[in-house]
Structure formats: C-alpha cells, structure tokens
Design a binder for this molecule. Structure first.
Ligand code: CDP
Length: 232
C-alpha cells in the first residue's frame, strides 16, 4: 500500500449487519474527526470483482490458495479522506456494488484464504492510527485492540428501506422492499454463520441501534462516544 502522511489518533471500529449504515456513518465520523475511513467490505467486493474478471471458473473459487487471491492484485492507495481500492493498479468504485458482485461477495468472504490475503492490507491501513474502519470483523479480528468499538444494528425493514433509497428508489413498493429485506437477511445469515471471522459483536463493543436515529444523530452519537472516552 502506498501511504503519504502520518496521522495520529485512536482506531474506531464499526461492525454490523448489511445495510446498517456502517460505511456512510464511518465515512462521516472519520471526516468529522479528521481521521481516515477504511471500508473493509469494499476489499471483499474487490476480491469478488477480481475473480469475476479472472479466468478462474466460479466453481473453483473455493479451492484457491491465499496466493491465488493475492494474485488478484487488490491494493489500497491513500486518498484525501480514506483509501481508494485498486485492482491491478486501477481504481474501482461503483463496479464494486453491482448485483453480480453483491450476490457472490459473502461466499468469497467465507473463504479463509480470501480473508487471509487482505488481512495485512487492512492492518497496515491502521498502523498510523486515526482510523474509522467498518465491516464485520473490524473489532473482533482485524483491530482487536481498537480504542472504541461500535456494533451498529437496525431493524431489517429499516435497513432494506435505507438500502433502496441509497440505490436511488424514492418510494419503494412493498414487493421491492420485501425482496431487498430478503437479500440483506440472506447475506447476514451467511456472514453470521460462517466459521471464520463471523459477523458478531465484540465483547467490548458498544451496541448502537440506529432504527430510530436520523443519519446525523448516529454520526453525532459516535463522535460523542469518542469524546466521552477522551480519545480525542
Ligand atoms: O455495505 P454492505 O453492508 O452491503 O456490505 P459491505 O460492507 O460492502 O460488505 C460486503 C460483504 O463483504 C459482506 O456481506 C460480508 O460478506 C463481507 N465482509 C466481511 O466478511 N468482512 C468485513 N470486514 C467486511 C465485509
């Protein structure tokens, strides 16, 4: 990974189920505190996109070694407020959130070799501190010594509604909402039930239910916690 500047400060982790608003919240908290934001889900999405672009048959993904995943050449480059994900040296953004990637990412993330291949990259992103990292195992596995750990939850229906709005649907119908809720629930089950780094609340994490909170309120709540713990 290429890094350009040193920033000091604590590591704050945000874990939780799909669509709980982790990434957007983490990004806003990082901006407010002058920290960098690491979206670890984007790395699993990049591995998945890298595989889709490769000549490896989907049926063989589960047999890939750690080196096989490393060969996909996923990297992080520091950007103004966080990290840009690169595949073979090229920036990727919206391509990471297509249905083709989303439908397969939990499977890829359940493979120990895939997780191991990007562990060092994630830890390196935190080596200078001043980081807000979001994902599923930030507080449990990647940054077990983080100074502040948050576990974000929200009701499934609210998460489905937020995800649809994020995707540009102003007034989703009941069918669309039910489909989105099912897709999120399927991914949560896969993420919680896998044997390696399952989605779970770290013992020392603070649970924050955002169902009734407006976006700005949840950002403020986390910034307040950081202040209360005199981390800043
Ligand atoms: O934004 P959303 O909640 O839809 O998902 P994401 O953060 O982009 O993560 C996509 C997928 O990557 C998750 O469903 C997990 O399967 C996997 N993931 C993981 O296993 N561990 C992480 N630290 C982050 C994501």
């Amino acid at each position: 990974m290429r890094t350009d500047s040193r920033r000091e400060g604590p590591i704050i982790t945000l874990d939780g189920p799909a669509g709980s608003g982790k990434s957007s919240t983490a990004k806003a908290v990082a901006k407010r505190l002058g920290f960098r934001h690491l979206d670890s889900g984007a790395l699993y999405r990049a591995l998945t996109l890298g595989l889709l672009r490769s000549s490896v048959e989907e049926a063989d993904w589960e047999n890939l070694s750690e080196q096989g995943f490393t060969n996909l050449d996923i990297n992080l480059e520091t950007s103004e407020n966080g990290f840009q994900v690169l595949i073979r040296g090229k920036a990727v953004d919206s391509e990471l959130r297509t249905p083709e990637v989303t439908d397969r990412v939990s499977f890829v993330a359940s493979l120990p070799a895939s997780r191991q291949s990007i562990l060092g990259l994630q830890r390196k992103a935190g080596e200078d501190g001043g980081l807000v990292a979001d994902g599923r195992d930030m507080g449990t596995v990647v940054f077990p010594h983080a100074e502040l750990k948050i576990y974000l939850i929200a009701d499934l229906e609210e998460r489905a509604m937020r995800r649809l709005r994020e995707m540009g649907g102003d007034s989703p119908d009941d069918l669309g909402l039910a489909q989105q809720a099912r897709a999120l629930d399927t991914r949560d089950r896969s993420d919680s039930q896998r044997t390696i780094s399952p989605l779970k609340k770290a013992e020392d994490a603070i649970e924050l239910d955002t169902t009734e909170l407006a976006f700005e309120e949840q950002v403020q709540a986390i910034a307040d916690l950081a202040h209360q713990l005199t981390l800043l």
